[in-house]
Ligand binder design. Structure first.
Ligand code: SAM
Length: 227
């Protein structure tokens, strides 16, 4: 039975086994990604590299972490404080295994949490990453408010999502994902941009690529988050 409002992820659907394999395995992963989303998996991997540019002591939130694909950006011994958060305990176990495999487990703390109501203090992270996540959440606007709330003034939020204004070509992907319970209501890229600004960000960069969009925004210094 599917739990209401959780997009089916908390039940460990079959997709939650297939998806982590795809994001980490070449050449099948990039090919399937290209066929399914019209985008390049390398964009996700490139975006994760931002974690490797942070100074020791930086605090990072990766939500939803899934199997921890963003951790490939962390360098052993870098001295980061990375919280990997997800609603699925099974996914978090995979993220923890990824952290061990990459030799960065000492920098990583797992947290089972719903993005809509996270147990973290306001302004407690320098970087929030949210890859391939917004489209899974039952309330993407709420998720954006919450992710910006925990971001320190001047901090950066970056991520990717399937958006609904990326053309009819991807309608089958969106509809089948929703039917399967792994995609939520989703939003347009314009809504995401508006909600990031409303939540207290400025300088929103957003680039569409196939069914996906990649966004990056800075939390305005000196402005309260709205959540
Ligand atoms: C498509 S995966 C993406 C994970 C990872 N960031 C990546 O790019 O590979 C989506 C993840 O969202 C998680 N998720 C779904 N609803 C959630 C919620 N309300 N709060 C936190 N995580 C959620 C799922 O458990 C799943 O691990």
């Amino acid at each position: 039975m599917r739990l209401p409002g959780l997009g089916g992820w908390s039940e460990d659907p079959l997709w939650s086994y297939v998806y982590p394999w795809l994001v980490d395995h070449e050449p099948v992963g990039p090919l399937a990604w290209r066929l399914g989303t019209g985008s390049d998996l390398s964009l996700l991997h490139d975006a994760a590299a931002e974690l490797g540019t942070l100074p020791a002591g930086a605090r990072v939130l990766d939500v939803p972490t899934g199997s921890g694909v963003a951790l490939r950006g962390v360098r052993p011994g870098q001295g980061l404080d990375v919280v990997v958060a997800d609603i699925s305990a099974t996914m978090l176990r995979r993220a923890t295994a990824t952290a061990r495999r990459l030799g960065v487990a000492d920098q990583v703390t797992p947290a089972v949490t719903d993005v809509a109501s996270m147990p973290f203090a306001d302004g407690s992270f320098d970087l929030v990453v949210s890859f391939t996540g917004l489209h899974c959440f039952p309330d993407p606007r709420r998720a954006i408010q919450e992710m910006v709330r925990v971001l320190a003034p001047g901090g950066v939020i970056t991520g990717s999502s399937i958006f609904t204004d990326t053309g009819r070509r991807y309608e089958l992907l969106r509809r089948s994902g929703t039917r399967a319970g792994i995609l939520g209501p989703m939003c347009t890229s314009t809504e995401a941009r508006t909600w990031l600004l409303e939540a207290g960000c400025d300088v929103v960069e957003l680039t569409l690529h196939g069914a996906l969009g990649y966004f990056r925004a800075t939390r305005q210094p000196g402005r309260e988050a709205t959540a």
